[in-house]
Design a protein around this ligand. Structure first.
Ligand SMILES: Nc1ncnc2c1ncn2[C@@H]1O[C@H](COP(=O)(O)OP(=O)(O)OP(=O)(O)O)[C@@H](O)[C@H]1O
Length: 324
């Protein structure tokens, strides 16, 4: 599990704010600000952070669903930007997405067969009969049956719909899947079924996941390594055990302190954040967390800390407190 399957280098994604009536640009939302990390073959890498910190934008930009402003995505050693159209099409077949909301991401006018056949047709895979066979097989794999094949999605529950979304992401036999909050739109009682299914599928098909979530308990359970994002920046990257047992970045500490503890008698200090979350259209100078950090120093307001490896440790952190 050591080789990198995917590398993200200095990825930036800015959204242009609407122009005013004279056609003047009103600036940019800096949704993803220069992030770099790699995902090893076979692992689940989690991206965590509060709503609006840029997790979904990062996931979608990595998959090429929208163009990056700057930076590179390298898949199996190939820089995607340098590939020909045909090479890119074949590579993208290996990289799929599970969207958050199975109510919004499935076309209500299509049957399960149509939904699952679409990617196969787009890639000219098989004749109609072969495609039907593949679709029947994949339905079994995700815990549905071939009896479901001609139904429309409104006939299914939320959990079953998410199984269809997962089947669609698997039908082209990808190696890498971005799962963007795959259970947060589902009933709590269904969430663990879908997460268990994702884990089984990972084992069965040797999948590598980029798992995007704001739910730290889920991330702890599912991920091997985690990247913590704040205001478009990666502030800490670490294996999951180290991160949860000994968070270092003041923002990570704050995030983890907010996880509910099951034991009502256990005590833990809850770190409250000061101030409001700054706008990604007008981020603070220096460290992005400097306006809310309880340990802020002068340098933090002036110089942006880079994400650097801790000496003797596999984790990386972007914080002046650890720069000695
Ligand atoms: N199409 C867009 N145009 C302009 N700004 C956008 C667009 N999409 C997202 N943003 C902004 O970019 C920032 C990052 O959004 P993003 O959805 O990537 O964050 P997130 O961490 O995934 O949050 P959530 O979990 O709420 O989706 C936010 O400030 C958001 O308002």
């Amino acid at each position: 599990m050591e080789k990198a399957l995917l590398e993200v280098r200095n990825l930036k994604k800015y959204y242009s704010l609407k122009k005013d009536w004279l056609g003047r640009s009103k600036g940019h939302v800096k949704a993803v600000e220069n992030i770099s990390f790699s995902i090893r073959d076979g692992e689940t890498f989690g991206l965590v952070g509060e709503s609006g910190c840029g997790k979904s934008t990062a996931g979608r930009t990595i998959l090429g669903l929208m163009p990056a402003t700057e930076g590179e995505v390298i898949y199996q050693g190939k820089t995607l930007r340098t590939l020909s159209k045909e090479e890119l099409r074949l590579t993208r077949k290996n990289m799929q997405m599970i969207f958050q909301d199975p109510y919004a991401s499935l076309n209500p006018r299509m049957t399960v067969f149509d939904i699952l056949e679409e990617p196969l047709r787009a890639h000219h895979i098989g004749e109609k009969q072969d495609r039907r066979k593949k679709i029947e097989e994949i339905l079994e794999v995700v815990g549905l049956t071939k009896r479901h094949i001609n139904r429309y999605t409104h006939e299914f529950s939320g959990g079953q719909r998410q199984r269809i979304v997962i089947a669609r992401s698997l039908i082209l036999q990808p190696k890498f899947i971005v799962a963007d909050e795959p259970v947060s739109a589902l009933d709590v009682s269904i969430q663990s079924q879908i997460l268990n299914l994702m884990q089984d599928l990972q084992e069965q098909f040797q999948l590598t996941y980029l798992f995007i979530s704001h739910d730290l308990s889920v991330v702890r359970h599912l991920c091997n390594r985690v990247g913590v994002m704040y205001l478009g920046n990666l502030v800490e990257v670490s294996d999951v055990g180290t991160l949860f047992n000994e968070p270092l970045h003041p923002y990570t500490k704050m995030l983890l302190s907010a996880i509910p503890i099951p034991d009502p008698l256990a005590k833990r200090e809850r770190i409250m954040l000061q101030g409001d979350l700054p706008s990604p259209a007008n981020p603070p100078s220096g460290c992005p967390f400097s306006t809310r950090c309880p340990d802020v120093k002068d340098i933090c307001r002036q110089v942006k800390p880079e994400l650097k490896s801790m000496t003797g440790e596999a984790r990386q952190i972007a914080c002046h407190l650890y720069e000695a």
